[in-house]
Design a binder for this molecule. Sequence first.
Ligand code: GLU
Length: 420
Amino acid sequence: MTKKFNPYQEVLQTMERAAQLLGLNEDDYITLKYPEREMQVSIPLTMDDGSTKVFQGYRVQHSGVRGPYKGGIRYHQAVDMNEIKALAAMMTFKCAVADIPYGGGKGGVAVDATKLSKGEMERLTRKYATLLYPIVGPHIDVPAPDLNTNPEVMAWFMDTYSILRGRLTPAVVTGKPVAVGGSLGRTESTGKGITLMAKAMSQKLNRSLKGATVAVQGAGNVGGTAALFLHREGCKVVAISDVSGGIYHEDGLDIEEVIGFLRTERGRLLKDYDTPGLKRIGNEELLTMPVDILIPAALGNQITEDIARKTQARLIVEGANGPTTYEGDLILEERGIPVVPDILANSGGVAVSYFEWQQNLQNFSWDEDKVNRRLENLMVKSFEDVWNMAQKYNSSMRMGAYMLALDRIVTASKLRGRPF
Ligand code: GLU
C-alpha cells in the first residue's frame, strides 16, 4: 500500500536534514516541528441558487519568533490541514531567508474557486475573514493572496476586518488593489523575483539567459508573469501549461500573446488558445522535456522521484511552494541538477508584501521604481546569503536556504529566551 503523501512531514524532513548539516541540537529547533496555533473553521455559504453549503477553512500560525505571522490564503479543493501546516512552515523559513521581520502562517479554504460566482467568492471571503478576526491583525497575523485568491479577495478581507474593528486597517492584509492601500509592483513581484533568481543562478553557472529555453508549469500570476519577464530577458519560452493542459512550440511561444489571451477574461484556458505549429502536451512531458530552465509554478508535489529521474531540465527554479518532494529533491541533487528552492525563488511576493505593510503602517506610498529597486536588492542579497551558505557546507541551494533560515530563527529564539 502506498503511503499517503503528507506535505507537512516532507517539510519537517527537509528541516531535519538541514539542522543536522548545520550541527544544531534538537532542543534548539524542536518547537519548529509544531505549529504554534492551528485553527479550523466551518464556513456556511449561501449559494446563488439559495441553497447552503459548508466549507472548511484553515489558518495555521507556524512560528512567530521573528515577527507577526505572514502568509497567503489559498482557495483550492485539495486544501487540508496538513497542506496548510506545510505551507505555513515554509513561510517561516521563507521570511527568514528574505530576512524580513515576520514569522510564518498560511490559510486556506477547501473549495473549488473556479466553480464559484463572484458574489459567492465575496460572501465566502467575508465569512472566512469574520471567523479569523480574533487571530489576525497588522501586528499579529497578516494574510495575502495565494492560489486562486487575488487583490479583489484581499480588499474584501480588509474591508470585513475594518468593519469589525471599527477603523480602516489596510495593514491587516497585503496584496490589496493599489486603490485601497496595495503597493505598486506587488502583483508582478513573485514573477519578477523568479526571473531575478533565474538570472543570478545562471550567472553562477556561467550560463546566459539570452536564448535559454524555458518550460513553465502554471500560467497564473506566478507562472504567467515569470514567463513574460523571462521572455523579455531574451529567453525562449517553449512550453507553458495550466489546468487544461500544456502547449509547446519549438521556435518559442509568442508569450505576450498567450498571456494576453488568458488575461482578457476570467476563466480563459490554454486549451482554447491556438497558433500555427503549436503542439499540445501533458504535464509529464512538460516537466521532463530538455530545456535550460524549468519553472514549476503550479501546485506542490509535482517533481516526484519518478519525474526527478526523468527530467532533462538543466536548472529548476521553483515558483510554486513545495513543487519538489523530499525524495525527488535527493534525486535531483544526486543527478547534479541545480535547483533554486521555493523559499528563495518565490520570495519576491512576500518581500513586496513587506513593503506594502510598511507603506500602510506609515500611511505612505512608494513609487514603483523604489519598490522594484528594493525588491532586487533584497533578493540578490538573499541569493548571495544562500549561495554562500551552500558553498560553506558544500550543499545544495535548498539545504543552504534551510540552514540560513534555521540559523536566523534559532538565533532569534535564543535571544528572546523562554519565559515559561
Ligand atoms: N502566497 C505568497 C507566498 O507563498 C505570498 C505570501 C505573502 O505575501 O504573505 O509566498
